[in-house]
Write a protein that binds this ligand. Structure first.
Ligand SMILES: [Zn+2]
Length: 256
């Protein structure tokens, strides 16, 4: 079977060889075993049509703004659910050198339950890009909640991991649990209900009752994070002790 990653880019005005890459996987599970209602279509509305819609909106927003100095790349990667295959392919056959790929900002699942007071990431990779996200989040009035169970391996289970393995600073963003309406209790209840009733099931479908205002707020944070990087000379780095640091250090000369 052949499948494709879909890539768009806005070339940087001053440092086009240096790029910030946003990713979201476009695949889901296809047609499979029916659920109790006989539904066999695995829509993947949250996982990850929501992330892809965010990717497209980020591209639209960047396209309508003054072009940053570095290139901004938008990539919908395929076959995440088959084991990160699309992102792995890109990271091992990149269109442009990874040595001067500044960062990867990934989203896998958008906020459909309304705005949260906090933001989070999958796992803890130990990198300054996460600090940059925390700083931008603060400017947007959001606090940072670390992954409650990094030992569950969240860092290794979405497409940013394919970039991290090759040394590119990479994070997978997600919205927080502390909902403006109902706090952590409501956020946790909704997350648990999603995992139980919808995640990787035909019921992961569009719901007209979703409140997408939280996703809009989240995307403005990711926009600012990417734009700040694309207009800076900053190269995010892995911190001491990170297993991904050595791979990045090998190409340090390319980032002078
Ligand atoms: Zn996913």
């Amino acid at each position: 079977m052949v499948s494709h990653n879909v890539v768009g880019e806005l070339p940087g005005t001053k440092h086009p060889a240096e790029r910030v890459i946003y990713t979201a996987h476009w695949d889901h599970l296809g047609v499979g075993l029916p659920d109790a209602k006989g539904d066999r279509i695995y829509n993947g509305a949250v996982d990850n049509a929501s992330g892809v819609s965010g990717l497209i909106e980020l591209a639209r927003a960047f396209a309508h703004s003054p072009r940053p100095q570095r290139t901004v790349q938008f990539m919908a990667v395929t076959a995440e659910e088959k084991g990160l295959l699309g992102s792995e392919y890109y990271a091992t056959n990149p269109l442009y050198p990874l040595a001067t790929t500044v960062a990867n900002i990934n989203t896998d699942g958008g906020a459909v339950n309304g705005p949260a007071k906090d933001i989070s990431v999958s796992g803890d990779g130990g990198l300054t890009l996460q600090d940059d996200l925390i700083k931008v989040g603060k400017q947007h009035g959001r606090y940072f909640t670390p992954d409650a169970r990094p030992e569950a391996g969240g860092f290794f289970r979405s497409d940013h991991f394919s970039f991290a393995k090759q040394g590119v600073p990479a994070i997978s963003f997600h919205s927080g649990m502390d909902l403006v309406n109902g706090g952590v209790a409501a956020g946790r209840a909704k997350a648990e209900a999603y995992t139980r009733d919808r995640y990787h099931q035909p019921a992961d479908e569009f719901d007209p009752n979703w409140d997408l205002s939280g996703m809009a707020q989240d995307l403005s944070i990711l926009y600012d994070l990417g734009e700040d990087l694309a207009n800076s000379r900053e190269w995010p780095t892995w911190k001491q002790g990170s297993e991904f640091k050595a791979a990045r250090d090998k190409t340090a000369a390319a980032r002078k």
